[in-house]
Every structure is written in C-alpha cells, then in structure tokens.
Write a protein that binds this ligand. Structure first.
Ligand SMILES: O=C(O)CCC(=O)C(=O)O
Length: 320
C-alpha cells in the first residue's frame, strides 16, 4: 500500500535521498571501508552483488545495511561519515519511521477488531513461557517487559544494467519483518505479486510522489493468523536509469518475543492457529534453511536436453 500523510517532511526525504545516493557515488575503496562480511556474521555495512559470483546469483545491486533505530543500539562504525549529512538525516528519518510504524500497527490492530495497542505490544512483549495470565492486572503490568522494535535500513543501489532481462535487482521474497517501509528515487522497479493470483503475474508499483510504500511482512502475517498477508515482491533493474530504494524493516526483538497468532483471534475456537509459535530468529533461520534446501534441489536437477523431452514423456509413469 502507498501511505500518504505519514508526517515525514518532504525536505527530509529529499535530504535522505541525496545523502544515500552520494554514498554510492564514492570510489569503491571508500565504500569498502564500510564493507560487511556475511560469512563472518557481520551483516551490517556495504555489500555488492554486481560482480559475478560462484553461487550464480543474478542480483544486480550494491547495498548498505545497518540498524537505524533505536539510536542507542546502532553500531555507528557502520554509518558512513561521508557525506556529512548522512548521519543526522538518517537518524531523524529512523525516529520518524518508528512513530509511523506505531501508528500503522495501531490502525492494523483495529482492522483485526482488537484494541489499538495490541499488535505493537505483542511484537515487543517478552514472554517467559507461554501466555502469562494473572487475575490481578496490576501485577501483570509490573511483570511485563517490553523491548524496542528494531528498525533496520537497507539502501539498494541498482545501477543501469546492460541486460536487464538476464538480471534482477532483488529476487522475489517476502520480508521477515512486521512492516517494511519503502522510499525510492522515483524510478519504477518494485513489483508485487497479488496473493492467490499467480496467473496474473507481477504488478509494478506506481511512483506516487510524497508517499511511502508499506508492506506487511511475515511477523505480522503470523500475529494476524494470516488475515494480513506477507507481500511477495521483487526489485527490477533497467537499462535507462539508476534506481535507488530505501527500505526500513521494522522487526521484533530476535530472541525473547514469541511470534504466534493473537489469542484474541483464536478465542472461542473461531479460528485455528495457522502458525506454530516461534521467535523471530527461529523464523529467520527456518526461512534461510528452506531457501538453501530449495536451491540445492534445483541445482541437483540435471538439465534435460530439449530433444529428449518427447521420448521421456512417452515413458510410463511409476506410481508407488
Ligand atoms: O528495491 C525495492 O523496491 C525493493 C527492495 C527489497 O525488497 C529489499 O531490499 O528487500
């Protein structure tokens, strides 16, 4: 969905776009001073998928990734010192997106028929084991521990691509976040797939100046028991203009919050839970593992020469 009236001033968005784009225009050695190292578990920093790589990835982008909010948890060594505006504008943007995330979670809670604070509360609430329900509300309040939502910024920089039909900026995926917020430099390329309508293919998101695109991610799909659907999307490249996108992922704390369908939605047995309880980290690890397994399966499939296909089709099928 496109969100207007989000309260983030247009001049701040322009300053954010300018600062982020300037970073990618720096010489490669300067950007590499902020290089990430995913193999060593260092995900924050600058990374590039432009060079041909062994995994046969077709992604065509440079990116910068770091936690943006809450500010006290940020690793500032991963934030570019150049251009000098980068830190103040990115920090302010993070604070405003945090407020926007809270407002949208409140609206989305009401959409589920539960009180406005419910979704954010559940995304931040530390649960020792299962649901802690006491008769005394005051005791319960004192026992509650709420952690911050974590907002992580990824700037995707997709240079002009000589063969866009052979590449993709970011492959099709759903986000693990609760909500994701996307700002672009106005060059189209974001595509979404409508749930349950595989035959209709991909729809390109319109550029609506002044708006942010907001996606529901996996964490919210789980909490809403599938009433809100995590959006399958991808980023395309083109041979005419460089595309840049700023994506903020609003995520629950990784280890101490249990993601599971809201009990309010399951009351009286109206609905069966569609998701087993899990922490955010467990969900992420499971998803990474599944992706790896399906890539290995694909790699194992031996290519079949086209002229053998008719012969193979005439072989009787074996049924156990
Ligand atoms: O570039 C875009 O519009 C989408 C990028 C994206 O989905 C991602 O970085 O996860």
């Amino acid at each position: 969905m496109h969100v207007a009236g989000h309260g983030i001033p247009a001049d701040l968005l322009d300053a954010l776009r300018a600062a982020g784009t300037d970073f990618f225009k720096m010489p490669i050695e300067d950007k590499e001073a902020y290089a990430n190292d995913p193999a060593a578990g260092q995900l924050e920093g600058y990374g590039s998928k432009l060079a041909a790589n062994e995994s046969g990835q077709r992604e065509w982008e440079d990116y910068l990734f770091h936690l943006v909010h809450p500010h006290h948890a940020a690793n500032h060594a991963r934030w570019p010192a150049h251009p000098p505006e980068y830190v103040p504008v990115t920090r302010q943007f993070g604070e405003l997106v945090s407020g926007l995330a809270s407002r949208l979670l409140a609206i989305l809670s009401l959409g589920l028929g539960v009180p406005a604070p419910t979704l954010e509360h559940r995304l931040r609430l530390v649960e020792a084991a299962g649901d802690k329900v006491t008769d005394d509300d005051q005791d319960k309040e004192q026992e509650e521990e709420l952690l911050d939502l974590l907002l992580k910024l990824k700037i995707n920089y997709y240079p002009v691509c000589p063969q866009p039909d052979l590449a993709v900026g970011v492959e099709a995926h759903t986000d693990v976040s609760a909500l994701s917020f996307i700002l672009t430099n106005g060059v189209p390329g974001l595509q979404v797939k409508r749930a349950g309508r595989d035959d209709e293919g991909w729809v390109t998101a319109r550029d609506e100046p002044g708006t942010l695109v907001v996606h529901v991610g996996d964490a919210l799909e789980i909490l809403s028991n599938g009433r809100y659907t995590s959006v399958l999307h991808r980023g395309l490249v083109n041979r005419v203009a460089t595309r840049v996108s700023w994506v903020v992922f609003a995520e629950p704390p990784p280890d101490r919050v249990l993601l599971q369908p809201l009990p309010e939605l399951l009351a009286d047995g109206q609905e069966q839970p569609r998701f087993a309880p899990r922490t955010f980290r467990q969900h992420l690890e499971h998803k990474v593992l599944k992706k790896k397994q399906s890539e290995e399966e694909e790699a194992k499939k031996a290519p079949v020469a086209p002229n053998l296909l008719p012969a193979l089709e005439s072989v009787p099928k074996f049924s156990p």
